[in-house]
Design a protein around this ligand. Structure first.
Ligand code: FHN
Length: 604
């Protein structure tokens, strides 16, 4: 520890924590509790800028970036920032790695310029991740970039200034409980005995003093992004939050401060809610399969994927914070730079449909999603209907104008009952996301969660996702979490629990716009014990029987494969409403975990 000088506010926070009486060991939380993504209890009144921002840049940069996913000649995959934990690197050896960490290519202005060019509206960077290494000039510990590396400078200072100059709110990620370098920090079990840890000592001697440094020496912070909470009860967390708030009353705290006490909700890593969500929230995705830099991870999300994620988050009322992992020399991977700039180009033309928008007025359609502003509905079209006629269902408003957002070209439209049908101009079939604006007067239609899902022969496939199911009996909708690489979490919403043939079923309400022949495909995961059971798809008075096909066991640590099983060829003989009912017939085990029902036209 370096010289510790305490100010009044330090002492104030320390005193509070000293009053805590539960033994530290008893406060250890399970992994599930630590990964606390619950919603916040109250929305801060300083959250509007965040709600409007929509697009954030997350940066994971630490000593792990220097290791680049390799230790002792072995390559590691997934969550490169966990390499110390994955390879169980002893603290002493890990400290040695810092001696050659020299990010001479780091250029704060370039990073800030990239954020600007990409249309980013807030930046959050890891000041200290679970490895315990401070990427800034910390007086609390010598395990920091200034004291422990040949670089000797404070990159956070430069970045906070450069990002600020671009007018972009800046924030720090700080791992408040997990610290594998500190004997009392959470979760290093390979060097330290977990039962002997004193988490309070850790909070008092490292986490709080470091947070105080970050919250006093780097100007106003937009966000303090906490992660993997642990070691504190709800009351203790409240006092922790209250103490820190005094330092930066306007800064937002992420929900991972724990116990529902943040200012906005963070979903799990790579998790998008299935339906629109009220209040301030953020979906966080990383650009490849790791948060920290891994030199052999080149699975970068392409600009279309990023733009669709951004539009989808906005269409549900939230933000996307996309992470990049700069390398140990201080360079952001070339593909991240390129794809972020592409995203920025799209935003330059279409930003009005994203920034400051609120959720769409209608659910997701086979052509894409929608976002809105008063008197305007933005249609994000990435699947063009074959006949060029775009159906906007149940938009019962007085339309004044319809036009393409980029370029402003007016397009033809007509009202058909409560629907609007837009005559789309020709645009590149591979266009990432072409936005059309419907301007209208009068009251906005109310978003109808129960609205039937549109099925049209104008699209190769119509996806009816599990989240839109009406469930009966034991059937229920659940978000399943599993992983590909280490820590590379995936989330899929499914209908689960269908077992009892008498009571359990999932009903999908659809609206077929063109009668004709279609195939119905069930997309599901089926554990070995559930395989070979009989189920039925009922459409009006017709029953289509099927037997479940085995996929694999559901285990959080592994991928969850889904099979696409065609179970019916059928004819919708009229345009209009139908119900697709799916239920088990055998009643032994859960039928399957149903992700989606795909309805494909036979002829297009
Ligand atoms: O364990 C961390 C992980 O390394 C990464 O920082 C992510 C980003 O959200 N947060 C934790 C896991 O949820």
């Amino acid at each position: 520890m370096k010289n510790l000088k305490f100010s009044r506010s330090d002492l104030w926070i320390w005193m509070i924590l000293t009053c805590i009486s539960l033994p530290a060991q008893l406060r250890g939380q399970t992994m599930d509790e630590m990964w606390d993504n619950r919603s916040t209890e109250q929305e801060s009144n300083n959250v509007q800028w965040f709600k409007d921002a929509k697009f954030g840049l997350f940066i994971h940069w630490g000593l792990y970036s220097h290791l680049a996913g390799e230790w002792n000649g072995k390559r590691y995959y997934g969550s490169g920032e966990w390499i110390m934990n994955q390879a169980k690197i002893p603290v002493k050896l890990y400290e040695e790695a810092a001696r050659s960490f020299n990010p001479v290519n780091f250029n704060a202005e370039e990073w800030a310029q990239l954020a600007k060019d990409a249309g980013i509206k807030y930046v959050v960077i890891t000041a200290k991740h679970h490895e315990g290494f401070a990427m800034y000039d910390s007086k609390v510990s010598t395990f920091d970039i200034v004291d422990a590396t040949p670089y000797k400078k404070d990159p956070m200072k430069a970045l906070a200034t450069a990002v600020g100059k671009q007018g972009i709110p800046f924030g720090f990620y700080y791992s408040q409980f997990q610290d594998w370098h500190d004997p009392n920090g959470g979760k290093n079990t390979w060097d330290f005995d977990e039962t002997k840890k004193d988490y309070q000592k850790y909070y008092q001697e490292k986490a709080i003093p470091q947070l105080k440094e970050l919250m006093t020496n780097y100007g106003p912070l937009g966000i303090v992004w906490f992660d993997t909470p642990g070691g504190l009860t709800k009351e203790e967390t409240q006092r922790f939050v209250d103490g820190l708030r005094k330092l930066q009353p306007k800064s937002l705290f992420s929900s991972r401060v724990g116990h529902g006490l943040g200012d906005y909700k963070d979903y799990g890593d790579s998790e998008m809610p299935a339906q629109p969500i009220a209040g301030a929230w953020e979906s966080i995705y990383t650009h490849n399969d790791s948060w920290g830099y891994i030199k052999h991870d080149l699975n970068f999300k392409t600009p279309d994927v990023i733009i669709h994620l951004l539009a989808e988050a906005a269409s549900k009322g939230g933000n996307l914070m996309l992470n990049v992992g700069p390398d140990g020399t201080g360079r952001i991977p070339e593909y991240s730079v390129q794809f972020l700039r592409e995203t920025g180009k799209w935003l330059k033309q279409n930003g009005e449909s994203i920034y400051g928008s609120t959720q769409g007025l209608i659910p997701q359609q086979p052509w894409g999603v929608s976002t809105s502003k008063p008197g305007k509905q933005f249609l994000h079209v990435w699947n063009r209907p074959l006949n060029g006629k775009l159906l906007v269902p149940e938009m019962d408003v007085h339309v004044t104008k319809v036009y393409a957002l980029a370029g402003g070209e007016a397009v033809k439209w007509e009202k058909s009952g409560k629907d609007i049908v837009i005559e789309l101009p020709i645009f590149a079939p591979n266009a990432i996301n072409t936005v059309f604006v419907v301007e209208y007067t009068g009251a906005s239609p109310r978003y109808d969660e129960q609205a039937p899902v549109t099925i049209s022969s104008q699209f190769a496939a119509n996806n009816i996702y599990a989240a839109s199911a009406q469930t009966e009996g034991n059937a229920r909708i659940e978000s399943l979490t599993y992983s590909h690489y280490y820590g590379d979490w995936k989330h899929t919403t499914c209908v689960v629990g269908m077992k009892d043939s008498k009571t359990d079923q999932a009903i999908f309400h659809v609206r077929v716009t063109e009668p004709g022949d279609y195939q119905v495909v069930l997309e599901y995961a089926c554990e070995p014990g559930s395989a070979n059971q009989e189920g039925v798809l009922q459409v009006e008075d017709k029953a289509f029987f099927f037997r479940t096909l085995r996929t694999s066991n559901f285990d959080k640590k592994y991928p969850l494969p889904f099979i696409k099983h065609t179970v019916a060829t059928l004819t919708f003989d009229h345009a209009g409403s139908y119900q697709l009912k799916i239920k088990p017939l055998t009643g032994k085990e859960e039928l399957f975990k149903l992700k989606a029902v795909l309805v494909k036209p036979v002829a297009r």
